[in-house]
Write a protein that binds this ligand. Structure first.
Ligand code: GLA
Length: 749
């Protein structure tokens, strides 16, 4: 396992537990991608790519007579620019003196080192258990002097390979990058489906699977955020792949801004994927001696289906991406006042919510939007991160003391990257906002975006937020971002650098997050962008959890959390029980089912608990106890999707498994008359182990016959893992509106 270089054939092999990644420097010095897939042994992969003359695919100059050796046909590790490969390119670079766009990289040197490379100013994976190795390959374009540094981090045991790219101007003329992707992945054989996660505000990460056409398919965002609309995580899997079988490739950018992944099926059926920063309106000036780093991307490949791919990412994101001391820590059950009060609150009303919540077992009170500036609605005040003493006389600390006296922690909402026109900050620094000269800006939620690429903006926010955190006993921050970026123009950059504004914004955000999370390690940070508008691996470096969606309807959440689970673990999905009729959809779902769904995330409440009946309060108490009892298996268990919305439209079911226990959750979304009983084949158990059914909680109405008539369904029943997985388990026959079930199994010693 690890990284090997065979000097005789100039071949690099990255070997992980179950995959092989191979590249080769060819006779001309170009780096060809030979293979990425299931683990393979020795053999000369050159035979897979015999010379073949394809019309209109130009040959390398030395082969112009012989023909058949074309950059347009051979699999490339990272493309050049404008030198004969007409497929998707990784790079557009222009010589500042001649205006010529061109680069053709030749091998220069390489280095294999223990440990994992880091990227200056960008989030990236870290080598948690000293398991990683780094390969650094230097390529050079002889004409411009541009150096391409390809970086590979190999996490062999986890089957994850990270990639990143650094471009260094080692020439004498200024260069201008107009596109600089993070990675290219050529899959010379096979027919692939694309799995991607699209959506909109309050309906994020809906999974879609589609065969790739002979065309270019793009998953992208130009919004300055990874977006609600197209999550940057994509999967390529073979047509027959299922949850449990089949070859799958995951491509997960560690980036939170505008991104772009293109996938092309070319004239010969070769699939090329290029991923990285979005190039629309992007450019980067590279003076001699300067370098540019493209964000990291996490590649994972498995022959064992989509479920296995997800579990690889879940483990890796928690262990090697998230840096927070909270990533494995027990998170408090919280109450958030947003859907309870919106902007209309004061110290007394928040204390009333906190008192009620404390009496039911809630562990943290989070004060959402509206505590600062002159913020009585969403038109004013962003940027003025000073307490609104009309609502909170004496400031935050008296409120925090009362909350703490109830035995609860206190958390606070902020939206630091934004500014309202009607704010003291904007009046003092109008040039800190992104606006185009001579135009009135498009307004999102009547607010503007700060130019986070300006160091003085990042310094100001560091100082203001640090003071807030130092002067008040705040143990949690919800970090929001409630509009996308338009009118992108920085008052601080010269004309030739305007194309850098969007990426510089992200670098500024990462710097601010790095400073604050380092200085305040005891604060639990939750990311948010109008719900899940920035739900990505870049943010997860700083935030161990992210608010999944502004849609708190439990039934809608099933598909949002289902889609999210393909890339991201339960421990990072912010999920709350809210009031019914639901504020977004008007739907009413039983209180227990709302809790079953929210428990599949970082559990909390977001409603006026004072309006609950005594019976409902008892349910909330029970829910919190249930969550706490199941905490380990929910948050740390391996995650299995048990249903496919396209195949089993009646219900959504999922399961988590640790070596000692398992929890199965199911919500019946479409009750049917005269239906067959619900039959589930469980997953992830040990075939020969025995499991005891020790809790079967049915939240809703069961139709006859009673579940007790089925011996295996009875509490206390003991079944083998093989029986539960291969013969399956029959659940009580449920009817009614959105009933749910939790089935808990303990593995017998
Ligand atoms: C965003 C968040 C919500 C809430 C509001 C406050 O929409 O996603 O949870 O915090 O902002 O304005």
């Amino acid at each position: 396992m690890g990284i090997q270089f065979d000097a005789a054939t100039s071949t690099f092999t990255l070997q992980t537990a179950r995959t092989t990644y191979r590249m080769r420097v060819d006779e001309r010095g170009r780096l060809l991608h030979m293979y990425y897939g299931r683990r393979i042994g020795r053999g000369d992969l050159r035979e897979l790519y015999p010379p073949a003359d394809h019309g209109f695919s130009p040959d390398y100059y030395p082969c112009r007579r012989r023909r058949g050796v074309s950059p347009d046909v051979l699999p490339q590790e990272y493309t050049g620019c404008n030198v004969g490969d007409f497929r998707l390119s990784c790079l557009v670079v222009r010589d500042g003196m001649t205006g010529a766009a061109g680069a053709d990289f030749l091998y220069d040197s390489h280095e294999i080192t223990p440990g994992k490379y880091t990227l200056e100013g960008l989030p990236c994976a870290h080598d948690e258990d000293s398991e990683a190795e780094t390969l650094c390959i230097r390529m050079k374009d002889p004409v411009t002097g541009l150096v391409l540094v390809l970086l590979y981090g190999v996490f062999a045991r986890q089957d994850v390979i990270t990639r990143a790219v650094r471009l260094e101007n080692a020439g004498t003329a200024p260069l201008r990058l107009e596109k600089a992707a993070s990675a290219c992945l050529d899959l010379p054989f096979g027919d692939w489906d694309l799995v991607h996660f699209h959506g909109r505000h309050a309906m994020e990460r809906k999974m879609e699977r589609t065969p790739l056409p002979h065309a270019i398919t793009t998953v992208s965002s130009t919004r300055g955020a990874s977006s609600h609309h197209h999550n940057p995580f994509v999967i390529l899997c073979d047509h027959t792949a299922t949850e449990d079988h089949g070859l799958c490739y995951g491509v997960m950018p560690v980036y939170s801004g505008s991104h772009r992944t293109d996938i092309e099926v070319d004239q010969n059926g070769l699939t090329r994927l290029v991923t990285g920063l979005h190039d629309e309106r992007f450019s980067w000036q590279l003076e001699p001696g300067e370098s540019f780093t493209a964000p990291e991307v996490l590649l994972c490949c498995t022959p064992d289906g989509l479920g296995d791919l997800s579990r690889h990412y879940h483990t890796f994101l928690r262990r090697n991406i998230c840096r927070s001391p909270f990533r494995y820590a027990r998170r408090p059950v919280l109450i958030n006042n947003w859907e309870a009060t919106y902007f209309d609150f004061n110290t007394e009303s928040i204390c009333r919510i906190a008192e009620k919540a404390a009496s039911l077992g809630v562990e943290m009170m989070v004060l959402d939007d509206g505590w600062f500036g002159k913020r009585d609605d969403d038109n004013t005040g962003l940027g003025d991160w000073f307490v609104n003493e009309k609502k909170l006389p004496g400031g935050l600390q008296p409120l925090i003391e009362r909350v703490n006296a109830l035995g609860m922690k206190f958390g606070l909402w902020v939206e630091p990257e934004m500014v309202s026109e009607d704010s003291d900050l904007y009046r003092a620094h109008p040039d800190w906002a992104l606006t185009l000269p001579g135009r009135t800006p498009a307004m999102g939620r009547n607010q503007l975006v700060l130019d986070m690429g300006r160091p003085e903006v990042v310094d100001y926010l560091t100082q203001r937020l640090s003071t807030l955190l130092r002067e008040n006993h705040i143990e949690y921050i919800k970090w929001d971002m409630n509009r996308n970026m338009s009118d992108v123009y920085s008052r601080a950059l010269p004309p030739e650098r305007q194309g850098e504004t969007t990426h510089r914004y992200m670098l500024g955000v990462y710097k601010l997050l790095d400073r604050l999370t380092t200085a305040f390690p005891h604060v639990l940070f939750e990311g948010c962008a109008g719900g899940g508008g920035r739900f990505d691996a870049g943010m997860l470096c700083y935030f161990p959890q992210i608010w999944c969606s502004d849609n708190t309807d439990a039934i809608e959440r099933l598909s949002i959390q289902h889609g999210t689970s393909f890339g991201y673990p339960v421990s990072c999905m912010g999920a709350h029980v809210s009031a019914c009729p639901n504020h977004q959809t008007g739907r009413t779902v039983p209180l227990w089912t709302r809790a079953v769904v929210a428990m599949s995330g970082t559990f909390g409440y977001e409603l006026d608990l004072g309006r609950l009946t005594d019976e409902e309060c008892d349910q909330v108490r029970d829910q919190i106890k249930t969550f706490q009892r199941y905490y380990d298996v929910i948050q740390n268990g391996a995650y299995y999707r048990l249903s496919d919305p396209d195949r089993q439209p009646r219900y959504v079911a999922w399961q988590t498994v640790t070596p000692t226990e398992s929890l199965v959750s199911l919500v019946l979304t479409h009750p049917e008359a005269n239906a067959r009983p619900l039959h589930l084949c469980l997953k992830g158990l040990e075939e020969d182990a025995l499991y005891k059914v020790d809790e079967l909680n049915v939240y809703g109405v069961t139709a006859t016959p009673e579940s007790g008539d089925n011996p295996a369904s009875q509490v206390g029943a003991v079944c083998s893992g093989s029986m539960l997985m291969y013969a399956g388990y029959i659940l009580p026959h449920l009817i009614g509106d959105a009933p749910s079930v939790q089935l808990h199994l303990t593995r017998l010693p």
